[in-house]
Design a protein around this ligand. Structure first.
Ligand code: FE
Length: 186
């Protein structure tokens, strides 16, 4: 079954690389599970929950090491993740993941207090990601059909950094991945 092997492959990436830290108090796997958990507890749709789970997939797939923002490196992880995810999932799952960094830059423009609530790592990476959007960039962002979902994903992303939080395991999301997989039989 191609579908099962695609999901196995994604699960394996999280199992093998998810222990990485990227400047937060949690591992990549904990962060993914917490982000999805917060979305699910808030009553978000399966679409949003799955985007939340996968939003940092690209962080697991570069080999630039950990705490890269501290070293002034922008891995463009959102683009890398989106490119790989788009082989398996439709735009309604992939585009919010591609836009979750833009959503942070947008929210810094829209609500200047939003910046104050960001983790130290997020503030540091903001600088190398281009800082807050300009008004023109923000208007362009608002014209993207996925921008509102991206902003919601961003909200749960910002919450999912809790040390020691209990969440469901990755295995609990297999069915959700299967639900959205493009052409599971191909
Ligand atoms: Fe994240």
């Amino acid at each position: 079954m191609v579908a099962a092997s695609t999901i196995d492959q994604i699960v394996r990436v999280y199992r093998e690389k998810g222990h990485r830290h990227y400047g937060e108090n949690v591992t990549e796997l904990e962060h993914a599970l917490q982000t999805a958990e917060f979305a699910s507890r808030a009553g978000e749709s399966n679409q949003v929950v799955l985007s939340c789970l996968l939003h940092d997939y690209g962080h697991l797939l570069h080999d630039l090491g950990e705490q890269i923002a501290e070293r002034g490196i922008d891995a463009r992880h959102e683009e890398l993740g989106a490119r790989l995810l788009s082989e398996h999932f439709p735009p309604e799952i992939v585009e919010p993941t591609r836009l979750h960094v833009a959503a942070k830059r947008y929210l810094c423009w829209k609500h200047p207090h939003y910046y104050d609530g960001l983790s130290q790592a997020s503030r540091m990476s903001l600088q190398i990601q281009g800082g807050p959007m300009s008004e023109n960039e923000a208007r362009e962002f608002e014209a993207n059909p996925y921008y509102e979902i991206a902003v919601r994903v961003r909200h749960y992303d910002d919450l999912g950094k809790v040390q020691g939080m209990q969440t469901r395991d990755l295995e609990a999301y297999r069915e959700l991945m299967l639900e959205f997989l493009i052409d599971p039989q191909s």
